[in-house]
Design a protein around this ligand. Structure first.
Ligand code: CP
Ligand code: NVA
Length: 322
């Protein structure tokens, strides 16, 4: 397996198909060994990690903080009230200090450029816990969840219905590399980032998959295996709430929309969820909605990333079919 030691994890763009497969395999290996076999596995004993959060979080903080500790390491959570970063001290200076005291820097930020700056000034790996542009850790969890459900990723047809946001962008970087087709429906004016789309089309061509866009949710849902959405109002967009709710009329995922999908359709949502983007009967559907499994898989996937950036890992379980 290729070594990822010392790398930053800022977007899936920088990771090859085989590296992503390795991260997914390791996540599933850790899940089996630690959760099912109750193995004590602490390869990160003596390691520490700074966790910088400029925005709220439930899943990202919990999965990362408990996951790093489970692997034997010591995570330190730093809210904006706890750290000088960007307020009383430049990002450059903070990054230099953090990288002298910690083995990893984890950060949830507004601009992707803050992650780039942290990475440029730190000689320890930096992991993105979400920016306005990307949320790569979420997509690893989504892929594990789909592998567990379908026994493969290759050939799955994914429909995105909603805002063209950080989650969409990370799906666009990841799906082609996993051999998955992606169809994106957004309201006019809420399309994905142009530069990200150019990269995604290039990736789709390279991997022989398709990526298409539409303003019609029913069109993208047609015969899809997976339907994914997210909040219509991301963190930092609170002022646009009323306007967005108006513009997104017709984008709520409901029974009628999923009836156009393949018979064994599944629903994903990174959470937190608001009722306007998906009806209760779809969101809480015991058979088709995988949202709780998806949330749990945030933990195993971030553990795989943190581990691989610090040390190589040889899986003991069989390689899943991707
Ligand atoms: N999905 C996700 O990143 O959730 P949090 O904002 O709760 O971390
Ligand atoms: N798009 C959402 C994802 C939250 C996990 C946001 O950025 O707020």
């Amino acid at each position: 397996a290729p070594s990822m030691v010392g790398r930053d994890f800022l977007t899936l763009k920088q990771f090859s198909s085989s590296e992503i497969h390795q991260l997914l395999w390791t996540a599933m290996d850790l899940k089996t060994r630690i959760k099912i076999n109750r193995e004590l596995f602490q390869p990160l004993k003596g390691k520490s990690m700074a966790m910088i959060f400029q925005k709220r979080s439930t899943r990202t903080r919990l999965s990362t903080e408990t996951g790093f500790a489970l692997l034997g390491g010591h995570p330190v959570f730093l809210s904006p009230q706890d750290i000088h970063l960007g307020v009383n001290e430049s990002i450059k200076d903070s990054a230099r200090v953090l990288s002298r005291m910690c083995d990893l820097i984890f950060a949830r930020v507004y601009g992707q450029d803050i992650l780039d700056d942290l990475a440029a000034e730190s000689d320890k790996p930096v992991i993105s816990g979400l920016s306005d542009l990307y949320h790569p850790l979420q997509i690893l969890a989504d892929f594990i969840t789909l592998q567990e459900k379908f026994g493969r990723l290759k050939g799955l047809k994914v429909a995105w219905v909603g805002d063209g946001n950080n989650i969409t962008h990370s799906l666009m970087m990841g799906c082609p590399k996993m051999g998955m087709d992606l169809r994106i429906a957004t309201p006019v004016g809420y399309e994905t980032d142009k530069a990200v789309m150019e990269d995604a089309i290039e990736l789709a061509n390279e991997h022989g998959t398709s990526i298409t866009t539409s303003n019609d949710p029913m069109e993208v849902a047609h015969k899809a295996d997976v339907i994914v959405t997210d909040t219509w109002v991301s963190m930092g967009q609170e002022d646009e709430k009323q306007e967005r709710i108006q513009e997104f009329q017709g984008y709520q995922i409901d029974r009628n929309m999923v009836s156009a999908m393949a018979d064994n359709w599944v629903f994903l949502h990174c959470l937190p969820r608001k009722p306007e983007e998906v009806t209760d009967d779809v969101f809480y559907d015991e058979k088709h909605s995988l949202v709780w499994q998806e949330a749990e898989n945030r933990k195993w996937s971030v553990m795989a990333v943190m581990l691989h950036l610090i040390k190589d890992h040889a899986c003991q379980t069989n390689r899943p079919n991707f």
